[in-house]
Design a protein around this ligand. Sequence first.
Ligand code: TXA
Ligand code: MG
Length: 347
Amino acid sequence: KTELLIVDKNVDNLDTYPQIAQAATFLKENEVVAFPTETVYGLGGNAKSDEAVLKIFEAKGRPSDNPLIIHISKKELLNEFVKEIPETASLLMEKFWPGPLTIIFQKKDGVLSDVATAGLETVAVRMPEHPLALALIDVAGLPIAAPSANRSGRPSPTTAMHVWEDLNGRVSAVVDGGPTGIGVESTVLDCTAEIPQILRPGGVTKEQIEAVIGEVKVDPALTNLKASPKSPGMKYTHYAPDAPLFLVKGSRDFIQQLIAEKKHEGLKVGVLTTEENGDFYEADAVQVCGQRTQLETVATALYDSLRSFNKSDVDIIYGEMFPNEGVGHAIMNRLMKAAGHKIVEES
Ligand code: TXA
Ligand code: MG
């Protein structure tokens, strides 16, 4: 029932490619289609249609109070559905669009589906930096609402296979354009406030944003668990593998000791590590996730690593931690959510 449309993202004239035309036709008919972006795969639908957007929520099993990001292929389209473009947003669009930065604007009424924006007066918008995504949005000629193409609560998909695992039979098509590059979702930045605020850390770092517009704030709820997050999606459990994940603040010897204790109790133990320590651990499943010295590689591999633990059928997972800066900010944010904030500390 779900069509798999395979497209080589490097071919010329993507906008006349039959698979893209087919996917665009689905979008115009208010059907939903998964497609790759530079961050993760998205599940797209016509952002002007309640019918299409409801299909997205339904396919994902997503709570209806969690608004979607609207994807566009041309900056000019923005004026159709946002009230104003603040100076800060303008500078950031110039620098980072297309790219993994989502900006929140005041919404113009009556253009987009209110279901897509969960009834809010603001709207989140981004222009993805992926030839396939841009061609598809362009050919459809519509603003495209697209959350990550996973079932709610699961790690976001970075390959068409991940999407297939979660959504086969639930969507009209999956456009397979190979693995995504960045691996964690876009940064969500609220530009409606005097001082812009990061609501979700992601592909563009705080440091990179500050280099363009000066000081930005970070939603306190990202570090203080008692505060309620301004981005509705950040309050839900997310990204979690089936087995409980514990992050470990401590040496690798300490981590190996934890693994040994659990194995002794008869449990199957997984460990999430990087190339530097891959050979060190003796566990039932050792997932090597990029190189610690190059955090971008960790981001790229993160969700696939989390998903892989489900295949090895482990009972418990220990994970190394990462520095909370640069793209490490996004990595730690996702890991903390995947772990339900469970941390084991070496005394
Ligand atoms: O990289 C990405 O952003 C991917 C790809 C597919 O583009 N999309 C993505 O969408 O991650 P999703 O739906 O999984 O996450 C969107 C986040 C949620 O946390 C949501 O609550 C927040 O953006 N959001 C959307 N509209 C908002 C608004 N008006 N105000 C505050 N947060 C908003
Ligand atoms: Mg998501």
